[in-house]
Design a protein around this ligand. Structure first.
Ligand code: ITT
Length: 197
């Protein structure tokens, strides 16, 4: 079954298709000429809903919105919902550099952080919603390592891991990631027929 993934981030499409291996689902992008709405929400849930609703109004098919980001305790939860626009230039590299700069001098034990992911699925026909969340705890490392993944992966050190997230292959990241946890929870809700609204 095809699910339209309401994202402009190719890294997410790759991850969801890897996560969906062995399931009946296959993720495809929204038509490439679409102009996405602004993410004006103040929570991951609100922004995931904005994306899912946008794709649903465009296609009428089953659509999934993913809003995710990094919460750093030493920065009182920032960048949070602003993770993709943390730096002025708003590239993965400039965001990572800005974060490393803001945490300069902060000792390793005080660099705790977590990735969070909120998913909103709107189902074809019924327009029923299914929502789920996932997270992964870790620390912000002092330097970048690895060239896999996307976003803040080069500086995220998951709890109990010697590898930065960007040093893990997709299979390994998908065993522990916030997105994997949220997806697992979504599949459980889907299979038990749980819907909201
Ligand atoms: P879409 O809105 O089009 O889906 P986006 O990249 O802007 O793409 P978000 O608004 O959800 O997605 O922002 C999430 C940002 O949080 C993303 O750009 C990364 O900087 C970071 N992020 C989320 N998941 C991540 C992951 O698995 N690894 C590294 N960074 C991640």
């Amino acid at each position: 079954m095809e699910i339209i993934l309401a994202t402009q981030n190719n890294g997410k499409i790759k991850e969801f298709n890897e996560l969906a291996k062995g399931t009946e689902f296959n993720f495809i992008p929204v038509p490439s000429n679409s102009t996405f709405p602004e993410e004006t929400g103040s929570t991951f849930f609100e922004n995931a809903s904005i994306k899912a609703n946008f794709a649903f109004s465009l296609t009428g098919r089953t659509c999934l919105g993913d809003d995710s980001g990094l919460e750093v305790d030493a920065l009182n939860g920032k960048p949070g919902v602003h993770s993709s626009r943390f730096s002025k230039k708003a590239t993965d590299e400039s965001n990572v550099d800005k974060l490393l700069n803001e945490l300069k001098g902060i000792p390793h034990e005080d660099r705790s952080a977590r990735f969070k992911c909120c998913l909103v699925l709107i189902q074809e026909g019924t327009a029923n919603l299914i929502c789920s969340e996932g997270s992964v705890e870790g620390k912000i490392a002092e330097e970048k390592r690895g060239d896999r993944g996307f976003g803040y992966d080069p500086i995220f050190l998951p709890k109990g891991s010697l590898l930065h997230m960007a040093e893990m292959d997709q299979e390994k990241k998908n065993l522990i990631s916030h997105r994997a946890n949220a997806f697992k929870s979504l599949l459980e809700k889907l299979s038990s027929g749980l819907t909201e609204k």
